[in-house]
Design a protein around this ligand. Structure first.
Ligand SMILES: Nc1nc2c(ncn2[C@@H]2O[C@H](COP(=O)(O)OP(=O)(O)OP(=O)(O)O)[C@@H](O)[C@H]2O)c(=O)[nH]1
Ligand SMILES: [Mg+2]
Length: 436
């Protein structure tokens, strides 16, 4: 038995950031979760949770051994005691936040994009893209299964993300309870066939994403607080995906009605029916900017150094507002280098579409564009449709939903491919204008 916390031959990072409470700590401080069923009870998480402990013994593979002699496989944060996948100790984490108004399409975007990334990344980019912890990602998997694997004739709808419930974890600190949002965690690394497979230790990343209820981004006092820090991942995020839904904006709605009969465009004063908030999306952007600034302790004139991606959702409804026929295919292509074929992102095509979408937003929501660009150094506008079609209404039950056979997302993997190409090195190659 060894006494070293090196996790066998694995190379550990110098610093780990907890995906729950965002505390950073050296990997040797990580707690382990007892494997033995008799070792239960944790002062922060309750009596039914398995014991957390700082090990004194490790086996030859580098796994901690609990007081009953069982090999442990799971780690926990030394501050909040919530579980941390081992990949957080090994591969640098890229934090990303999905932000937007209620019903702007965040959960549909998340489900469709992860579903397609699970295909495109291995098939085209020769990358492994997997759940860093399937238990933590259970909700995303449920969304994906509902959207893509349901009975093809049945109308299904993803439910609204709640502000409480099983997407949150409560931690007891002395006399204070703090509620954290559930992170979704993915590992991305070069697969066997990837030309840089030998650099896996350098290139592998852990991706940590959050999907809040839109209400948590509204400028109200109890949306986010010390004991309910549900959007404080913004302080860590290297990439903010801000979802702008044109059909929630009156300046777009009238124009969209000329081209689409999506029920979300119906003239109804019943905000509840389509879960729309009366608070405008520019206000939500302003509140997000305020929170990022405060979480990152930025000065008034500092600009956000991360990537700010405005994802303009529900493209199937407003596509005719763009003078563009760019969306038949994903912006990726096959290329070759030294006789070896590979796939790359057509970043120049994304930039062209971004400038068209920016022009469209500038015409109808100029204050949104100017606030985003004043805040972040790099802003890109990427249109997507998570479904490719409008929701249908079941004549019998009057419920809305989509049939899995109709769902054909458009450009859905583009925001993440773009983010990976900008924020990681060597994982997703990109064609810029010069390298054609
Ligand atoms: N036409 C069209 N409708 C969409 C699309 N994506 C989502 N919707 C509709 O928009 C509604 C809201 O989408 P959600 O993904 O649940 O919105 P959200 O931002 O997660 O909302 P909250 O969880 O309340 O914050 C859905 O019920 C769908 O009917 C799309 O790509 N096209
Ligand atoms: Mg949601």
């Amino acid at each position: 038995m060894s006494k070293s916390p090196t996790l066998g031959k694995r190379r550990l990072l110098d610093k780990v950031v907890c995906p729950h409470c965002w505390t950073s700590f050296p990997p040797e401080d990580v707690l382990w979760i007892a494997e033995s069923p008799t070792l239960t009870g944790d002062m922060k998480l309750g009596e039914t949770e398995r014991e957390r402990f700082l090990p004194t013994e490790y086996n030859a593979q580098g796994f901690a051994v609990d007081a009953q002699g069982h090999e442990c496989r799971e780690c926990a944060c030394p501050r909040c005691h919530l579980p941390i996948p081992l990949s957080f100790l090994e591969a640098p984490t890229v934090f990303m936040s999905i932000v937007g108004a209620p019903a702007s399409g965040k959960s549909y975007y998340l489900a469709s994009s992860t579903w397609f990334l699970r295909k495109i990344l291995p098939q085209k980019f020769k990358l492994d893209f997997s759940d860093a912890d399937p238990e933590m990602n259970r909700r995303v998997q449920e969304y994906e299964a509902l959207q893509f694997l349901s009975d093809e004739n049945q109308l299904v709808e993803l439910s609204k993300t709640e502000e409480q419930g099983d997407l949150y974890n409560s931690v007891q600190y002395d006399d204070q309870v703090v509620v954290y949002p559930q992170p979704f965690v993915f590992s991305v690394a070069p697969a066997i066939e990837h030309p840089n497979r030998n650099k896996i230790a350098k290139l592998a990343r852990t991706i940590c994403l959050y999907d809040n209820a839109g209400e948590s981004y509204l400028p109200t006092r109890d949306a986010d607080s010390f004991s309910f820090p549900v959007t404080r991942h913004l302080g860590q995020s290297e990439c903010v995906f801000f979802l702008f839904d044109p059909i929630q904006d009156n300046r777009f709605r009238a124009a969209c009605r000329e081209y689409s009969d999506d029920p979300q465009l119906a003239e109804t004063n019943d905000q509840q029916e389509f879960r729309r908030s009366p608070i405008r999306q520019e206000t939500i952007l302003a509140e997000t900017i305020k929170r990022v600034r405060s979480a990152r302790k930025m000065y008034a004139n500092d600009r956000y150094e991360g990537l700010f991606v405005v994802i303009v959702t529900k493209l199937d409804v407003w596509r005719d507002l763009l003078p563009s026929n760019e969306f038949q295919k994903d912006p990726i292509e096959r290329a070759s280098y030294n006789g070896q074929e590979y796939w790359r992102l057509q970043a120049d095509r994304v930039a062209l579409v971004s400038s068209r979408v920016r022009g469209m937003l500038m015409k109808r929501a100029p204050e949104f564009v100017s606030a985003a660009e004043n805040f972040a150094k790099e802003v890109v506008y990427i249109p997507v449709s998570a479904t490719g079609v409008s929701p249908q209404i079941d004549p019998v039950t009057n419920r809305r939903g989509f049939r899995s056979k109709d769902v054909k997302p458009v450009w859905i993997a583009t925001p993440m491919l773009y983010a990976l190409s900008r924020l990681t090195q060597g994982l997703v190659p990109a064609r810029s204008g010069e390298s054609q």
